[in-house]
Structures are given as C-alpha cells and as structure tokens.
Design a protein around this ligand. Structure first.
Ligand SMILES: Nc1nc2c(ncn2[C@@H]2O[C@H](COP(=O)(O)OP(=O)(O)O)[C@@H](O)[C@H]2O)c(=O)[nH]1
Ligand SMILES: [Mg+2]
Ligand SMILES: [Zn+2]
Length: 304
C-alpha cells in the first residue's frame, strides 16, 4: 500500500519516534513530518507507510481532549482522546497531596484544550485509585481522601497483588491512562492488568532508557478484557502553565455551587469581603489546602 495515507493511533511515544497502530492492526515505527508540535499517546494520526513497518506521520487529527503537563518552557503531553484518567495514589511513599490536586485540575481542563474541529469534545472521567490497600497506614489516608468522593470523584481501593476485578470493570472497553507519583504501584498494576505489558516494559526500558532511573516513554497496552491502558512515566511535579482564569475556577467542583454568591460579581475568591468561597473555607466545608492551591495557581495565571 505504498503511498496511501492510513489512519491510526499513537501506541507509543518516546522522544521523536512513535509507534503507530493503524486501523487494520499493523504497527509502524514513525517519525513526524515537519514541525507540528507535540504528539501524544493515543493521538489519532494519518501516516504514509514507507515499507512494511516504517512510516511518516503526516498530520494529527483533531483531539477530543488532551492531558498534559506544562511549564513556561515546554509541554509534556501525557495522552489524548482518553475516556478515563486513573490517578493512582498510595499512603507510602509519603503522598504528595498537591500532585493529586494538580492531576485532577489537568484532567478537568483536558476537554477545554481539545483541538481543531472535532465532532466530540469529551471530558475525561476520573477514577482515584488508592493502591496498597494492604498496608496498615492506608486506612487513615483513605479517610482523608473521602473529601474527593464527596466532590463526586470515584474512589477505589486496590492492592496490586490482590483482586483487581473492580478496577478491571472500570477499564473495560475504554481508553484509560495511569497517572501518579513514582512508587505508588503503577507498573505493578499495569503488569497485573496486562500480562503482555510485562515483557514490553522490560524491553523498552533496557533498549531506550538504559542507565536512566525513570522511564520517559508513554505507551498504550491492550487489556485482555477489551480496552486500552496507557502507562505514563512517574512524576513528582505537575506544571499547569496552560491554565486560564476561567478554566481554573471551573476545575474545582466544590466552587461550582457557590459561583455567583459572592458580593462582587468579579470576585477572585482570594481575600475579597463577602466571598462565598473563602467563607466556605473558613467554615471547613471547602478543603483549605485545595483553596491554597487555587490561590497559588490564580497568582501564576495572573502573572502569565
Ligand atoms: N504492599 C504493597 N506494595 C505494592 C503494591 N503495589 C505496588 N507495590 C510495591 O511498591 C513498589 C513500587 O511499585 P511500582 O509498580 O514500581 O511503582 P510505580 O513507580 O508507580 O510504577 C514496588 O516495590 C511494588 O512491589 C500494593 O498494592 N501493596
Ligand atoms: Mg513504574
Ligand atoms: Zn468569591
């Protein structure tokens, strides 16, 4: 089929090389033509094959959502066209609470950064997975996270070496991405959920990440029960330089019922008198740490 454009999805992204799986199930090792910005795992693309297993990505099709991290200098794309973000946390190693909140915000705004004329702009659903349920310290940690369940996020406890049927039910027939800090058990979960991933992660880390401590690639794996699971590199920080003022306010579900109840119509919810949101923080119904993160990000957006 030389010379014919084919449609496919990015199944692996490492640096400037991409694995593409086309609609007929063929795999192509691809580079991208020209300067087209970043390519994310599970981006839909049009490629021109060059020989049996190599190709060139001609263009990225419109995205219905995009999950990514960013700072002033660069963006790190995690995944595009995703149904579910599985945010994995654990009581040990010591949790990074702000990381979970930043992941949640990036997920909340992921549909707002859909590109092009796309037929569906879809929000990414969230599942917070509290892994290492077998550890005694998990109980108190899980109680803290009940706040997120009250906000409407789904929260599930797992033990990566135990029964994962509840998690599998969430993943079935959907495109999901695993996100979380290093050490929470993402690789262990992935290997338990996709037995074929075991071999793949091993090979990739030897071939491409030799000598490096962390893996830098993002890759999707077929789930035996149907669906795809995208594995992203572990992270310690989650930059949100792509936030806008409007998207920031909308990313906090606990603010939504109070919007419009502040004394000033253009309240920034920082220290204005008569602010319904800071009043809720004082009353203890809005989590203070989350509001503090809002305040920090509000300052960053203003500066940008
Ligand atoms: N006790 C316990 N340990 C786990 C569980 N899941 C993973 N681990 C361990 O936590 C460590 C980090 O796991 P890993 O999958 O490499 O984490 P990743 O950095 O998120 O990929 C390993 O020693 C795992 O064996 C779990 O559910 N319970
Ligand atoms: Mg890992
Ligand atoms: Zn306010």
């Amino acid at each position: 089929m030389l010379g014919h454009a084919l449609l496919g999805h990015i199944a692996a992204a490492h640096g400037k090389r991409f694995g593409v799986v086309t609609e007929d199930g063929q795999r192509y090792d691809c580079v991208i033509r020209g300067k087209q910005g970043g390519v994310a795992c599970h981006d839909a693309v049009e490629i021109t094959p060059i020989g049996a297993t190599e190709g060139v990505i001609e263009r990225i099709l419109p995205r219905r959502n995009l999950l990514y991290r960013s700072d002033e200098l660069r963006s790190k794309l995690i995944a595009a066209n995703v149904d579910l973000a599985v945010l994995v946390v654990a009581a040990s190693p010591a949790p990074l609470p702000e990381l979970l909140d930043r992941c949640l915000i990036a997920t909340e705004i992921a549909a707002g950064v859909a590109t092009g004329v796309t037929p569906v702009v879809a929000t990414i659903e969230v599942l917070i997975v509290i892994n290492k349920a077998d550890l005694p310290e998990t109980k108190a940690y899980a109680e803290q996270l009940q706040y997120y369940a009250r906000l409407g996020y789904r929260v599930l406890s797992t033990s990566a070496h135990g029964d994962l049927s509840a998690l599998k039910a969430h993943l079935k027939d959907r495109v999901s991405v695993l996100v979380g800090a290093s050490g929470v058990g993402k690789s262990t979960l992935l290997n338990a959920l996709c037995p074929e991933a075991n071999a793949v992660t091993g090979t990739i880390s030897t071939a491409l990440d030799a000598g490096r401590h962390t893996t830098t690639h993002t890759r999707s794996h077929a789930l035996p029960g149907g669906g795809l699971l995208i594995d992203s590199p572990g992270m310690q920080a989650f930059g949100l330089a792509h936030l806008t003022v409007d998207s920031l306010t909308n990313a906090f579900p606990e603010f939504t019922p109070l919007i419009g109840q502040c004394r000033f119509y253009n309240c920034r919810h920082l220290k204005e008198p008569g602010c319904a949101i800071t009043a809720a923080v004082e009353a203890g119904t809005i989590n203070r740490q989350r509001w503090r993160l809002y305040r920090t990000l509000r300052e960053e957006v203003k500066a940008g």
